[in-house]
Design a protein around this ligand. Structure first.
Ligand code: PNS
Length: 168
């Protein structure tokens, strides 16, 4: 059985993430969605909210489960027996950001990274932009799975107090 990890900060999960998770599942027997901390970002949603929204979003996809990544992604992959990290690429900027991370993860534990080219119909969807649209009162319902828009609106009213988003 082959296992892959789809990691991300998922702040919040979007329809682009969901498409990637479904496509990763078509390539691997099992997909573990890893909710991780990105040191370069301050999360809007706390880690438990991000995890819960993902659990709901992937509930209909067999062979997919969601876990919080407690530390290094490469070590998490080793611990869950994953042969690969799967990441989506919307364009060149994504590759530029992902390439050094893929090299570092391989250096740390030997885990490979597999890149999947994003669906062009979803290329405009990024968590950062979703939050910006919501912050300015725009409708994000068509960009995120059910229930996520309400959670984002609520977090904008009561922001997450933890700079790391509550990730250990
Ligand atoms: O969705 P993102 O923010 O682009 O995902 C980046 C993420 C969270 C996968 C990355 O920051 C990460 O792997 N964080 C876990 C800590 C870690 O392993 N850091 C070293 C990365 S090379």
């Amino acid at each position: 059985m082959t296992t892959a990890v789809c990691p991300g900060s998922f702040d919040p999960v979007t329809l682009g993430h969901l498409d990637l998770i479904e496509r990763a599942r078509a390539l691997f027997d099992e997909v573990v969605v890893g909710v991780a901390h990105n040191a370069a970002k301050r999360a809007l949603l706390d880690v438990e909210t991000r995890r819960t929204l993902l659990v709901d979003a992937v509930a209909g996809i067999p062979g997919v489960r969601v876990e919080v990544v407690p530390g290094l992604l490469a070590e998490f992959c080793r611990d869950v027996g994953a042969v690969a990290v799967v990441k989506g690429l919307r364009g060149g900027a994504d590759f530029d950001a992902e390439h050094p991370m893929a090299l570092m993860n391989r250096h740390l534990t030997g885990v490979e990274t597999v890149f999947v080219v994003g669906d062009p119909r979803l290329a405009h969807i990024a968590s950062s932009m979703v939050k910006d649209v919501a912050r300015h009162g725009g409708d994000i319902a068509g960009l995120v799975p059910d229930g996520v828009a309400a959670a984002v609106r609520s977090a904008l009213v009561t922001p997450n107090p933890s700079p790391s988003g509550g990730t250990p």
